[in-house]
Design a protein around this ligand. Structure first.
Ligand code: NAD
Length: 258
C-alpha cells in the first residue's frame, strides 16, 4: 500500500461498521479525507443512510451479529466499491452491570455484537483478503480489553476477546499478506461514553457530571479523547505507513492506563 500526495488511503476501498455515529463515523470521514472509497455500515439503517449521504458516501446497513447479513453486506460493499482492501470492525454496545447479577441475556448480547460481530466481519472480509493475498483487518477493542473494570465484566470479556482474535488472525493471515490490528480507546466523547457515565452515576446515586470529572481527572492529558483522534490511528493502521505492523493494539487513552 503506497503513500501518495492524494492522501494516505488514496484508491483504497474500505468498509467501516458502527459508522452511523461516534468513532465509526469519524473513521469513515477521515478515510474519505485521505482518499479512500468508503461504505458505512450500521444496524441503525436510517441513521447510517443519513450519515453516508452527508459524507457523499454509500451505506450498507446490517447487523454485525447476524453472520448471514454480514456475508451479504460485505459482498454488497465489495460490489459497490469495486473491491475491498480494508475492513474496520468497530460496531459495539455497552451493557453495564455486576457480573454475578447481570442478566445472562445481556451478557450474550454483548458477546454476540462485540466479539462474534467482529469475528463475523473478519471472516467475511478476511477470507476474501486471504484469497487475494492482501488486505487490512482492523477492530475497535478498548482499555476494557486490557484491564477489568467493575460493572463492565461482559464488555471487558468481549473486548479481551477482540484482542485475542486480532493477535491470532495476525499470525494465521500474515503469511497471506494480510495485516490485522486493533485500537484500544480510553474515554472518548460519544453517545456510548455519555450513557456509560449516566449508568455509573445511577448505580452510585451520584451526579453524572461529577462522575465524568472524576474519570477525566484520572487521564494525564486532562481531557476525554475525540472520536477523530481514534480515527487517526485507524488511518495510520490502514495505510502504507503501517506496512510492518500486525497483531498490534494501539492505545488511544491520553496516558490513562500506561
Ligand atoms: N466511547 C468510548 O469511550 C469507547 C472506548 C473504548 C472502546 N469503544 C468502542 O468503540 C466502538 C465505537 O463506539 P462509540 O463510542 O463510537 O459508540 P456509539 O454508540 O456512538 O457508536 C456505536 C455504533 O455501533 C452501532 N452498532 C451497535 N450494534 C450494532 C450491530 N449489532 N450491528 C451494526 N452496528 C451496530 C450503533 O448503532 C452505533 O452507531 C465500540 O466498539 C466501542 O465499544 C468506545
Amino acid at each position: 500500500m503506497g503513500v501518495t500526495a492524494a492522501g494516505l488511503l488514496a484508491g483504497r476501498h474500505a468498509l467501516v461498521t458502527g459508522a452511523a455515529r461516534g468513532i465509526g463515523l469519524a473513521t469513515a470521514r477521515r478515510f474519505l479525507e485521505e482518499g479512500a472509497n468508503v461504505v458505512l455500515c450500521d444496524a441503525l439503517a436510517a441513521d447510517v443512510e443519513a450519515a453516508a449521504a452527508e459524507l457523499g458516501a454509500v451505506a450498507v446497513p446490517f447487523d454485525v451479529a447476524d453472520e448471514h447479513a454480514v456475508e451479504a453486506g460485505v459482498a454488497e460493499a465489495e460490489r459497490l466499491l469495486g473491491g475491498l482492501d480494508v475492513l474496520v470492525a468497530n460496531a459495539g454496545i455497552l451493557r453495564q452491570g455486576p457480573l454475578l447479577d447481570q442478566p445472562l441475556a445481556e451478557v450474550r448480547e454483548t458477546l454476540d455484537v462485540n466479539l462474534l460481530g467482529v469475528l463475523n466481519c473478519f471472516r467475511a472480509a478476511g477470507s476474501r483478503f486471504r484469497d487475494r493475498g492482501a488486505g487490512v483487518l482492523l477492530a475497535t477493542a478498548s482499555q476494557a480489553g486490557l484491564h477489568g473494570y467493575p460493572g463492565l465484566g461482559a464488555y471487558c470479556a468481549s473486548k479481551f476477546g477482540v484482542i485475542a482474535l486480532v493477535e491470532t488472525l495476525a499470525k494465521e493471515l500474515g503469511p497471506y499478506g494480510v495485516r490485522v490490528n486493533a485500537v484500544a480507546p480510553g474515554l472518548i466523547e460519544t453517545a456510548m461514553h455519555r450513557a456509560h457515565m449516566a449508568g455509573i452515576a445511577e448505580r452510585a446515586g451520584r451526579d453524572a457530571e461529577d462522575v465524568r470529572r472524576r474519570l477525566v481527572a484520572g487521564v494525564p492529558l486532562g481531557r476525554p479523547g475525540e472520536p477523530a483522534e481514534v480515527a487517526d490511528a485507524f488511518v495510520y493502521l490502514a495505510s502504507g505507513l503501517a506496512s510492518y505492523v500486525s497483531g498490534a493494539t494501539i492505545h488511544i487513552e491520553g496516558g490513562e492506563c500506561t
